[in-house]
Design a protein around this ligand. Structure first.
Ligand code: CTP
Length: 694
């Protein structure tokens, strides 16, 4: 995953600097190109020769090479790198980085760095805990750097505590995860049970089994590296936590495992139950070691609770449950019975009849049995098997999203209650699965993202529709879609809604491959689809806020404007400024033009002072609407070609005619004149206003 990645490894003067050599080896092994930069003091702990030999590049320490005067350009390094890792980072370097004290090549390189920076501190426990260090760590986090927290354990000072450099394997894992291209479990919470359970007989004896926990640990690791938030409930095993982001709960008995799993499951999307849980425990656990007395002895056993069956009965529509079966005979029949009895979504069967499968070994041979059939896999390493199981699991999520989309989407949404429809249009038939997935991805993207820092109650969410129709599609994932965006706001004090925005975007060109997760990074508009959606979302939010307070949506409208300005190079005609035909650029360019400020002010008068008031006092409310339409006239006079003024009259026509159905003749006449001059093509509608009043 790090193949071809260019990494600057910054090494500072800590006892842990020797671990930089291990880290460097691992990075190189992963296929990364590594350029080492050391602080002068770091050379006291590890020689540049070691690091240059391992990296295959000269190590940089000084601003220039004293022998030939060659300049070591920190600026070039900042541009060259895909990532910078500072490990170990001493308290002194943290302080310098946090405060811009650029007195060595490492700090100047950091300050010039364009790529993400990972910082792994290492120092004595008191230094690490000191408020100044912690403040510097917070500052560095605030600058967007990733801090790989120091681990706890024995320190160079022989004291025990937090301050050890995190293990090089874990540092590499964090960096790999960052570059992980298939974080398809991002945002998902996964519970994994693993290992055996020990059921105490007395203080020195137990009933246990041969489970090593390797399979469950590999699954937990695979889920975590695919972005999931993993809780690993581990029985007594001697395995290290396989991924730094995993939350591990160590337990011993089936009862403890039951409590931990049942406690965590309600907040999880899926549970993978790979633990070999003892079915029985001694009915009595002796407090003292049992002495040999009679020739034979009997231990009475009582049943443990079944974790899988309990979670199966707790499972909601949105949750999934995966079980394991290790069988010695009648394998498939037994596994199928467990699948149904425990209400699992699929069960992973490994049969002890298969060589290389089951306990203790590093390989496994599995069959996945679901409600709709089975898949048989060849013998593989447990790591590879974990990938197969997790991939099978992610498919379940996709299915789930399609089945329960409205529920999931609305529950996660913040500002918007968006209904997303993707219509295959003329290209219907061959690629329906891809279109369905695209619809799912767009829905997740719009409704699952927090677009503003504000808190929204469910009733406050802005209702909108995003209706895509595919104009053309080719198998390489190239789409051209039209998009109808509609948004309404409630009329307070009534059960009516009022059109807030309506616009048909004739063509959006983008590429999408099945299962792509849609991402959007502000100011990095490399995806035209997400850029366009984000543009409309901010536009709608901004307009809604304009209706709540005069010019209240400026912050979000500026975001939409920024996207439109930055998207000029995306090669999509919809963004083109100054285009002869109106496009999405003209919409925002008009709306935010200084001459159009009266229209923005109109939004508040028309909706808040007008419509919202009408249901308490019709005359007052209508008066405010008439005043607001005078603002529309003003904007039209100042910028007569403004596209938005006309657009507004188009999507408001029915509402306006309705508002003036009971007005005074004078009022209606004035308004009808304004509207006819702005949009003469709707003159027959505007005439209704005058007729109504005569
Ligand atoms: N399991 C569990 N809690 C238990 C027993 C089993 O969660 N007390 C889970 C296991 O983690 C596994 C699945 O149930 O995912 C099947 O385990 P297995 O021991 O094969 O099932 P049992 O129902 O105990 O059947 P058997 O009679 O074969 O032991």
């Amino acid at each position: 995953m790090l193949k071809g990645k260019k990494i600057v490894l910054g090494v500072t003067g800590s006892i842990a600097a020797y671990k930089a050599a291990i880290l460097l080896r691992l990075l190189v092994k992963e296929g990364a190109e590594v350029q080492v930069v050391m602080t002068p003091f770091a050379k006291e702990f590890i020689t540049p020769l070691t690091l240059s030999t391992l990296s295959g590049r000269p190590v940089y320490c000084d601003f220039f090479n004293a022998s030939d005067g060659a300049w070591n350009s920190h600026v070039e390094l900042g541009l060259w790198a895909d990532a910078m890792i500072v490990a170990p980072a001493t308290a002194s370097t943290l302080g310098k980085m946090a405060n811009g004290i650029a007195d060595n090549l490492l700090v100047t390189t950091y300050l010039s760095m364009k790529a993400p920076v990972f910082i792994a501190p290492a120092m004595d426990l008191d230094m690490y805990a000191h408020p100044s260090t912690q403040r510097n760590v917070e500052i560095l986090k605030g600058y967007g750097n990733a801090i790989i927290e120091a681990a706890s354990g024995e320190l160079a000072s022989h004291l025990n505590g937090k301050g050890r450099l995190e293990e090089p394997e874990k540092i590499v894992q964090v960096v790999k995860d960052f570059f992980c291209s298939s974080c398809d479990l991002k945002g998902r919470r996964v519970l994994v049970t693993a290992g055996p359970t020990y059921e105490k007989i007395d203080p020195v004896r137990f009933i246990g089994n041969y489970s090593s926990g390797k399979m469950g640990f590999a699954i937990a690791c695979e889920c975590a590296s695919r972005g999931a938030d993993v809780t690993l409930v581990a029985g007594p095993v001697s395995l290290p936590t396989p991924h730094p982001s995993i939350n591990r709960i160590d337990v011993e008995s089936a009862n403890e495992m039951y409590d931990a799993a049942v406690g965590v499951f309600p907040t999880c999307d899926v549970a993978v139950l790979s633990a070999a849980v003892a079915d029985y425990r001694p009915a009595v656990q002796a407090n003292q070691k049992i002495k040999r007395t009679a020739a034979d002895m009997t231990i009475e056993l009582e049943a443990n609770r079944d974790i899988a069956a309990t979670l199966g009965s707790m499972k909601t529509d949105g949750q999934r449950l995966v079980g394991f079966a290790l069988e010695t005979n009648n394998a498939e029949a037994n596994a199928c019975e467990k699948l149904h009895k425990k209400n699992l979504d699929f069960i992973v069967l490994n049969s002890l009849e298969d060589k290389g499968a089951g306990f203790a070994c590093d390989t496994n041979k599995i069959t996945i049995i679901g409600k709709d059939g089975k898949s048989v896999y060849p013998l593989k390493s447990k790591k590879e098997v974990a990938k197969d199981i997790v991939s099978h699991m992610t498919k379940l999520f996709l299915l789930l999203l399609i089945m329960f989309l409205p529920v999931t989407a609305n529950a996660e949404g913040e500002e918007l209650e968006a209904k997303v429809v993707l219509n295959a249009g003329k290209v219907q038939g061959t690629n329906d699965e891809v279109f369905k997935q695209l619809e799912t991805s767009i829905n997740e993207f719009i409704n699952g993202r927090k677009w503003t820092p504000n808190m929204y109650e469910e009733v406050e969410r802005i209702s909108c529709n995003f209706t895509f129709v595919v104009n053309s599609y080719s198998n390489d994932g190239t789409f051209d879609c039209s998009l109808m965006v509609q948004a309404v706001r409630p009329v307070f004090g009534s059960s009516y809604t009022s059109p807030l925005f309506k616009y048909e975007d004739k063509s959006i060109k983008f590429t999408y491959q099945a299962y792509d997760r849609l991402e959007f990074v502000e100011d990095n508009l490399d995806n035209n689809l997400t850029a366009t959606i984000a543009f409309y979302v901010y536009l709608i939010i901004g307009m809604d806020m304009d209706t709540m307070g005069e010019l209240g949506g400026t912050e979000f409208l500026n975001k939409a404007l920024n996207i439109a300005n930055n998207a000029q190079n995306l090669g999509d005609a919809g963004w083109r400024a100054g285009s002869s035909s109106n496009n999405r650029y003209s919409v925002i360019d008009d709306y935010m033009n200084g001459a159009m400020e009266p229209v923005r002010k109109l939004m508040y008068r028309y909706h808040r002072l007008g419509l919202d008031t009408m249901f308490k006092n019709a005359t007052e409310g209508r008066k405010a609407i008439t005043e607001s339409l005078a603002l529309l006239k003003k904007a039209y006079e100042d910028r007569s070609m403004a596209y938005f003024t006309k657009l507004f009259t188009e999507y408001k026509v029915d509402e306006i005619v309705n508002v003036y159905s009971k007005s005074t003749p004078g009022e209606g006449k004035e308004v009808a004149e304004i509207l006819t001059s702005i949009n003469p093509s709707l003159s027959s509608e505007w005439e209704k206003i005058t007729k109504n009043n005569n």
